[in-house]
Design a protein around this ligand. Structure first.
Ligand code: PMP
Length: 426
């Protein structure tokens, strides 16, 4: 047993499944997880001294690469002044102003500590503001683990074979209606069957917890129009897409306005942060201004804000980051598609900007049903083969691959060389 395997055995005695978040247990790929000691640039390092090109990037936030000096130094400076005050600080104002300047259609920001919390709070606000209880989400989209969102959820809720969860009361799930991603008629039908009852439609503008599936032309525009027609709010869950597709996120990338937007880890530069944002009229319904209660002892934590402020400032000042990561996404997908042609491997690769996902199926993947058609056993073999060759991918099919500013042509070439070898074995 290597050190990671030994640690995993110890971990399983004291942590459920040996982990603090299920996907990390590597169950979907049938092996013990690597225990990580440090990460730098495009690489992570495990307890056994092995180095991997990292395409997980802490599930997205490390858009500038790991251990970026600008962020690390901002954190080091902040730490010297104390870890938490439970009182307002200058940085909270500055990061909110920065976000409002970068993201279209938002006038106010409320900081929380995770994506789950951001979504849970945005949904409460939507329900409070509309006086309606029902919600529409899409099958295979993941919005964190709050009760009402653990209905037909994606990500590891899907990989574990449990489309929802034990412990979610029927009452909490009853008001969550499920539509099909890229199928406007399924949304329209639910809105018509529940007239005047749907508070919000929540969507990942690019579905990135079923692999990566982009919105079909007109899908997001259609959701906007349906929400307007039925008096429902449109919520973009931008935990993955925010500050990644573009400085203004999916709203800017696709040119569609959302009423509420949720962000997660990326606005914390890797620290535990989330936020929900929208118009002044909506956000002023939140406590202490309005009747929708929501609070958090560590919300706006000074160290987390320092990291987030440093990352978002860097992104605003270096818009070329987006050209770079999108070009790398395009180059990687092009290289992989050539390998698929050459090796005859039954793989299709979806890509939007710096988000990618391979599916082990011969046909195009544009819906959740298509995504589920991927041969997950092949994905597991692909993952294992890539890991052996020094490339760390998401340890489950229904996740995205993230490219950062720190990935260079050398890492892309090494990734393609590894993929060529692995494709031949599939
Ligand atoms: N929404 C989306 C779109 C996500 O991908 C995730 C997790 N990656 C969440 C919400 C939940 O975020 P967190 O794990 O920070 O609670």
């Amino acid at each position: 047993m290597d050190i990671s395997e030994q640690l995993f055995e110890r971990a399983k005695r004291v942590l459920p499944g040996g982990v603090n978040s299920p996907v990390r247990a590597y169950r979907a790929v049938g092996m013990a997880p690597r225990f990580i000691t440090r990460a730098d640039g495009a690489y992570i390092y495990d307890e056994d001294g092995k180095r991997y090109i990292d395409y997980v990037c802490s599930w997205g936030p490390m858009i500038l690469g790991h251990n970026h000096p600008v962020i690390r130094e901002a954190v080091e400076r902040a730490v010297k002044d104390g870890l938490s005050f439970g009182a307002p600080t200058r940085r909270e104002v500055e990061i909110a102003e920065l976000m409002i300047g970068m993201v279209p259609n938002i006038e106010m920001v409320r900081m929380v500590n995770s994506g789950t919390e951001a979504v849970m709070s945005a949904l409460r606000l939507a329900r409070g503001a509309t006086g309606r209880d029902k919600l529409i989400k899409f099958e295979g989209c993941y919005h964190g683990h709050s009760d009402c969102m653990l209905v037909n959820a994606g990500s590891s809720a899907l990989a574990g074979g449990h489309p929802s969860s034990a412990g979610v009361p029927v009452g909490a799930a009853r008001d969550t209606l499920t539509a099909q991603f890229n199928d406007l008629a399924s949304v329209e039908a639910l809105l018509e069957q529940n007239p005047g009852q749907v508070a919000a439609v929540i969507v990942e503008p690019v579905a990135a917890n079923m692999g990566v599936v982009g919105p079909a032309p007109g899908f997001l525009e259609g959701l906007r129009a349906l929400c307007d027609k039925h008096g429902s709010l449109l919520i973009f869950d931008e935990v993955i897409t925010g500050f990644r597709l573009a400085p203004g996120g999916a709203q800017a990338y696709f040119g569609v306005r959302a009423d509420l937007v949720t962000f997660g880890k990326i606005i914390g530069g890797g620290m535990p942060v989330g936020a929900y944002c929208g118009s002044r009229a909506l956000l002023e319904q939140v406590a202490p201004c309005g009747p929708v209660y929501q609070a958090g002892t560590l919300s706006g934590n000074p160290v987390a804000m320092a990291a987030g402020l440093a990352q978002l400032t860097y992104l605003r000042e270096h818009p070329e980051v987006y050209e770079h990561i999108n070009a790398k996404g395009a180059a990687l997908v092009e290289g992989l598609r050539q390998l698929v042609k050459r090796t005859g491997a039954p793989v299709v690769i979806n890509q939007l900007g710096s988000l990618l996902a391979p599916f082990f199926t011969p046909t195009a993947v544009t819906t959740f049903t298509d995504a589920k058609g991927s041969d997950v056993a092949k994905y597991a073999r692909y993952f294992q083969g890539m890991l052996e060759r020094g490339v760390a991918l998401a340890p489950a099919q229904f996740e995205a691959m993230f490219i950062s500013e720190a990935h260079t042509q050398a890492e892309l070439d090494a990734t393609l060389a590894a993929a060529e070898a692995v494709f031949q074995t599939l």
